[in-house]
Design a protein around this ligand. Structure first.
Ligand code: WTA
Length: 650
């Protein structure tokens, strides 16, 4: 298998794929002029898209842009839960499946829009009963069970701000987020199932909430007797017991101003402290809803499966808000792709007749490794469209997906976007745009992107540079929670008036965009964003460590793998045991997804004379490349000894 993207492979890629006549014949968007008209008048385009939502008070202004702050539809009033659930109960979809849930151990549940609505209403009553008010933050730390979207939608219904923390985060990461969001209520489960094992969520919560403002913990019983969690009287409440006592009456949706915050979602940046990305109610939902129709070509009889965990933005937008706002049927799967065996995903597609499948390149590369005979033994003929997200897809994985999963029939939408952008920004409209393996193609209508050099000047086709978004869009982040200065600096500090996402990109002769990956100190490990500084802080938190430098090196399945270079304190002896201990320390501080693949002990780190760690050199060493310029190093011999050590390791 080849490595994930590098520019050489991409520049050699010249295969193109036109959408089939059969796909075009049924596609929602087939008129190419939408690109032109949306770019001439993006506000008119977005206002028209906003009309797909139900407003309790229509908006009269579309955009107020005071860079870097945008307000969209600001005098409009709506409720996001009404738009994602209740209106479908009123418009003929009452008995349509909203969520088809499949548990890892094999249990399953189907919630129609009507059933989902009743569950959300009970949960909304419960939140009010627990004293949650409009604008309060509620932390949700749940496995992939129906109570997760139900809790989010209940927050939306009462106007509370949810902040979902991915169940793979450790107690320590959870604690940081609780404190930053200043939340008083937390919703969790006794434990979750993962690959046959048990994830002790409640135990993590017990640790995490010490010295935080959390007053009450609602606990969903998912695992039961094996979960080993202790309930604390007066603080911990069982979801199922509490919910039974709630009124069965409908809960009236809280009227929300367009710009009221819907949720905060934490993501990694270039410093050790994750950022709370703030999303609005209306703008976010307009973005999510629009992309369901344009990029995902959603129809009433589709079964849409996004394999992401709801703890990440992909799950927020394409498992909850996007598909439900469109009245679609979504599949939600609790567990791992190899539980109980490697047929699980294809069994799910067969069982529910999934028609649109959306996953990450790292998963595709894993399936490639497992062999195409596995999907081949299943009937995947219900699929009609497929997507990828989270990291650049290497052309080889794209082709495998196209041939072995899509059987050459299904267009592939490679969607580039971020926690901050709210919805897909660069992606083909599948009935209109010819695709190229490895390219996310072009910005979607209404989104203005460019590739610029380091001075902010647009590059000409055939060149690479920094990806930027040049105009505001409805689902853009509004700020960083509690730190507007960081918002300004991080995203708008680089190129004046333009949003800088941190990715590099190449523009080809046909102006197709080829995303090259992060150019800042953020890694992308199996589609998860992890800051190098976060891992470094976790390492230096260990008493044996003096200094640490972390890089993401190319990895054929994960995209990137974490390599840490560590110097120990005087008197500490390095050993394989210490290495394992340090890896585990990172897991305890952040979570399993941040475990370093390898740790190299070194007497010194390569630094410039101004004491800056030269990560580029470390990456060259870890990827076995010829070293670039080392003349700026304070002590060039450091690199030689590291190189030797790395070779020894292999
Ligand atoms: C990367 C996930 C190439 C990119 C939705 C971005 C991609 C980061 C793609 C955001 C793609 C996401 N092609 N790279 N199709 N999609 N990325 O916030 O580096 O978890 O900046 O959002 O993932 O990660 P996040």
């Amino acid at each position: 298998m080849t490595e994930p993207n590098n520019l050489d492979t991409l520049l050699k890629e010249n295969r193109t794929f036109e959408p089939s006549a059969a796909f075009i014949a049924q596609a929602t968007v087939t008129d190419e002029s939408v690109y032109q008209s949306a770019s001439e008048d993006p506000q008119a385009y977005w206002a028209q898209q906003a009309s797909y939502l139900s407003w309790s008070k229509p908006f009269s202004t579309i955009l107020e842009w005071d860079p870097p702050h945008a307000k969209w539809f600001s005098d409009g009033v709506l409720n996001v839960a009404y738009n994602t659930v209740d209106r479908h109960r009123e418009n003929g979809r009452k008995n349509k499946a909203a969520i088809i849930w499949e548990g890892e151990p094999g249990d399953s549940k189907i919630l129609t829009y009507d059933m989902l609505g009743r569950e959300v209403d009970k949960a909304a009553h419960m939140l009010i009963h627990l004293g949650v008010k409009k604008g309060d933050r509620v932390v949700i730390y749940l496995p992939m069970i129906p109570e997760l979207p139900i809790s989010m939608l209940a927050c939306a219904k009462i106007g509370a701000i949810h902040t979902v923390v991915f169940g793979g985060f450790s107690a320590s990461s959870l604690k940081d987020r609780i404190i930053d969001a200043d939340a008083r209520l937390l919703i969790t489960a006794d434990a979750g199932f993962r690959r046959g094992g048990i994830v002790p969520l409640k135990q993590n919560v017990d640790q995490a909430i010490i010295d935080t403002p959390i007053e009450k913990v609602v606990v969903v019983q998912r695992v039961g007797a094996d979960a080993h969690s202790t309930m604390i009287d007066g603080r911990d409440l069982l979801w199922h017991k509490l919910i039974e006592t709630m009124p069965k009456t409908p809960f009236a949706p809280e009227p929300m101003h367009a710009e009221d915050t819907l949720f905060i979602l934490y993501t990694s940046g270039t410093t050790g402290k994750p950022k709370g990305i703030v999303h609005s109610s209306a703008g976010y939902l307009v973005g999510a809803n629009t992309s369901m129709r344009t990029v995902f070509d959603i129809k009433d009889d589709d079964v849409f499966w996004c394999t992401a965990d709801i703890g990440w933005i992909t799950g927020h937008t394409y498992l909850v808000y996007g598909p439900l706002s469109a009245g679609a049927t979504v599949v939600m799967y609790e567990g791992a792709p190899d539980a109980p065996d490697r047929h699980r995903f294809w069994n799910i597609i067969e069982k529910y007749g999934v028609s649109i499948f959306y996953t990450a390149p790292t998963s595709i590369r894993t399936f490639m490794k497992w062999g195409h005979d596995i999907p081949q033994s299943h009937d995947l003929s219900t699929l009609r469209l497929m997507g990828t997200v989270g990291e650049p897809i290497n052309p080889e994985a794209w082709m495998w997906y196209h041939e072995h999963i899509g059987h050459g029939r299904c267009p592939i939408v490679d969607t580039w976007w971020q926690t901050e952008t709210g919805c897909a920004m660069i992606a083909p409209l599948p009935g209109l745009i010819k695709t190229k393996p490895g390219s996310a193609t072009k910005a979607v209508p209404g989104i203005a992107v460019d590739v610029v050099d380091d001075n902010g000047t647009p590059v000409t086709p055939g060149h690479g540079g920094n990806l930027v978004i040049t105009k505001p869009w409805p689902s853009m982040l509004r700020t960083v929670w509690g730190d507007d200065e960081r918002f300004r600096k991080t995203y708008f500090g680089q190129f004046s008036g333009m949003y800088f996402p941190g990715d590099g990109a190449h523009l080809d002769e046909e102006k197709y965009i080829w995303i090259l990956g992060r150019i800042d100190d953020v890694m992308n490990v199996s589609g998860h964003r992890i800051g190098t500084m976060e891992v470094e802080s976790a390492l230096v938190d260990h008493p044996a460590v003096a200094e640490a430098a972390v890089i993401g090196r190319a990895h054929d399945v994960k995209g990137q793998a974490i390599t840490a270079f560590v110097t120990v304190r005087d008197g500490v002896k390095t050993s394989p045991e210490l290495m394992t201990e340090l890896k585990n320390h990172v897991v305890v501080k952040i979570g399993a997804m941040a475990r370093p693949e390898e740790i190299l002990f070194t007497a010194e780190l390569p630094k410039t004379r101004s004491a800056k760690i030269m990560r580029r050199l470390l990456r060259d060493i870890a990827e076995g490349r010829a070293l670039g310029d080392t003349t700026t190093l304070a002590d060039p011999s450091v690199v030689d000894s590291l190189k030797l050590q790395y070779q020894d390791k292999e």
